[in-house]
Design a protein. Structure first.
Length: 217
């Protein structure tokens, strides 16, 4: 369902549902991930340090464009890059941040995911970049994340995790799973050696053919 057609309570509940799904799918652990959804001139975002199964719609925080929170809980410590990504990317309505195991392994090693598989194209380019390390919640991390997402829909964060974005939570979550799958495949290849790569032209050919397909944007 398009984000614009959801009521505020439905948006708040959908964030909770996708938080629970994120852990069910195994792409996140505990409360380490966070999710936001564009809402009016600001966004709705998960609060900090509350187990997902205890969240109620009223716990989801509204964050104004200037970063001012409204609600009974403080926002996620990563609110800054959620706000800045949504500000920079008018094509994006949803942001998912998680710590999937294989994405985190590559991020610890400062390895972007190269074009090992044609599905790399769903992230918007010929690779998935790894943003430089910066302290969680910092302005520096937000700048790195926004830069790594230029002309992309996903990135890794060094020594941290990953971000996926989409026009809806459904698409952002679908992409998060795909990126973790690619990370697992790349990790497996590296156990054998450096894998052969597809060319930028081959990835562009895939992107052209995929245009308009189900989950691609």
């Amino acid at each position: 369902m398009p984000v614009s057609s959801l009521t505020e309570i439905e948006r708040r509940q959908s964030i909770i549902s996708y938080c629970l799904l994120m852990n069910e799918l195994g792409i996140n652990q505990g409360m380490s991930g966070n999710i936001s959804l564009r809402h009016g001139d600001g966004l709705l975002i998960t609060p900090t340090s509350i187990p997902y199964d205890r969240l109620e719609p009223e716990d989801i925080v509204y964050l104004a464009a200037d970063g001012t929170p409204t609600g009974r809980r403080p926002p996620s410590s990563e609110w800054r890059f959620h706000r800045d990504i949504l500000h920079a990317r008018k094509d994006v309505n949803a942001v998912i941040h998680a710590h999937p195991t294989y994405c985190a392994i590559l991020a610890i090693m400062h390895r972007p995911i190269p074009p090992i598989h044609y599905m790399i194209a769903v992230a918007g380019g010929h690779d998935i970049r790894c943003a430089p390390y910066a302290l969680f919640g910092s302005e520096e991390l937000s700048r790195h994340a926004v830069e790594a997402l230029e002309q992309r829909r996903a990135c890794l964060l060094a020594h941290h995790g990953m971000i996926s974005v989409g026009s809806s939570l459904e698409k952002a979550m679908w992409l998060a799973v795909e990126v973790e799958t690619l990370a697992r495949q790349y990790h497996g290849c590296l156990q054998i050696g450096e894998p052969p790569l597809l060319t930028i032209e081959q990835i562009q050919e895939v992107a052209t053919k995929m245009a308009g397909y189900g989950q691609t944007e």
